[in-house]
Write a protein that binds this ligand. Structure first.
Ligand code: ZN
Length: 194
């Protein structure tokens, strides 16, 4: 559920396994590796010890891994993964949508104006997200806010209230609640830990 299955056209479980063992940077941002024993998800380039295959699940997006209950790794920092390489056709639309979402397209506006900017309907956009990222635009927007905030926590000394605002959260309360859910700890604990 949520993870890549063998029917995926170009990312079979075997291909993901090869990428993981090789720590292949070409797959960075394309697949996210979740480990069922630790409930953490990583980038393919993560330096931590390789988990056993039967504990591994692959996801096409950070949001999908989080929806399945996995936390972002604090070592390889999935929020710093690059954008996936050039996709064509429908997947290019998904990439563009994801980029707009990461730029905050869904923090002020709804899914409908976003879909309109992409020249498609909101239901079609939802279908594309389900198919290629195994998530929804709204969940991807939440992950994007968390990732934006995490980069600011790690890369600045700004106060948390300002980070919440800059990252696109509607309130500090929602910022704190979302971080507790995603990282299982408050945002301030992540700064102390760096
Ligand atoms: Zn990692």
């Amino acid at each position: 559920m949520g993870a890549y299955r063998h029917e995926h056209p170009d990312l079979s479980f075997e291909a993901c396994e090869r990428a993981r063992h090789a720590r292949d940077p070409a797959f960075d941002g394309v697949i996210f590796i979740a480990v069922t024993s630790t409930r953490i998800y990583c980038r393919p380039v993560c330096p931590v010890r390789q988990p056993l295959t039967h504990n591994v699940r692959y996801f096409p997006s950070a949001a999908a891994a989080e929806a399945a209950g996995f936390r972002p790794c604090l070592r390889c920092r999935p929020e710093t993964a690059p954008h996936s390489p050039a996709w064509s056709g429908a997947r290019a639309t998904v990439t563009r949508a994801l980029r707009l979402i990461e730029e905050g397209a869904l923090d002020q506006e709804g899914v409908e104006p976003l879909a309109a900017r992409l020249g498609i309907g909101p239901r079609h956009l939802a279908r594309l997200f389900r198919r290629y990222l195994r998530t929804t635009p709204t969940a991807a927007a939440r992950t994007a806010r968390v990732q934006r905030a995490k980069r600011l926590i790690d890369g600045s000394d700004l106060p948390m209230t300002e980070i919440a605002d800059l990252a696109g959260f509607r309130s500090v309360r929602s910022f704190n609640a979302t971080f507790r859910e995603v990282y299982r700890r408050p945002p301030s604990a992540l700064r102390r830990g760096r």
